[in-house]
Design a protein around this ligand. Structure first.
Ligand SMILES: [Zn+2]
Length: 101
């Protein structure tokens, strides 16, 4: 899904909008980080959510098929969408995507 931004502010960056309703009040719910050497089956998986962090080597949800990836989970104040921003490293390039669950 296309990532939608509003105005860019020099001190903060571009404002991320909800992909479901175009609303601007997205709250961070959690973060997941996946790290591994190229094509390794195992690596590091960190999750931070609700004041708790967990660490394991499960890369099954890694959005990158070969390298690092991360998710930032949101909830939207304007609708009931739960958007997830993903940052994916693949073949030397970095991709940003947004899904709604
Ligand atoms: Zn929304």
């Amino acid at each position: 899904m296309q990532v939608i931004f509003d105005q860019h502010y020099n001190t903060l960056g571009a404002e991320l909008l909800c992909p479901n309703c175009d609303g601007r009040f997205l709250h961070h719910e959690g973060v997941q980080v996946f790290e591994r050497e190229e094509d390794d089956d195992t690596g590091l998986h960190l999750m931070v959510k609700n004041g708790v962090f967990t660490k394991d080597s499960d890369l099954s949800d890694n959005p990158s098929p070969r390298r690092h990836g991360l998710f930032i989970e949101f909830c939207c104040e304007n609708c009931d969408a739960r958007p997830v921003l993903s940052v994916i490293q693949h073949k030397g390039s970095t991709y940003i995507d947004m899904d709604v669950t």
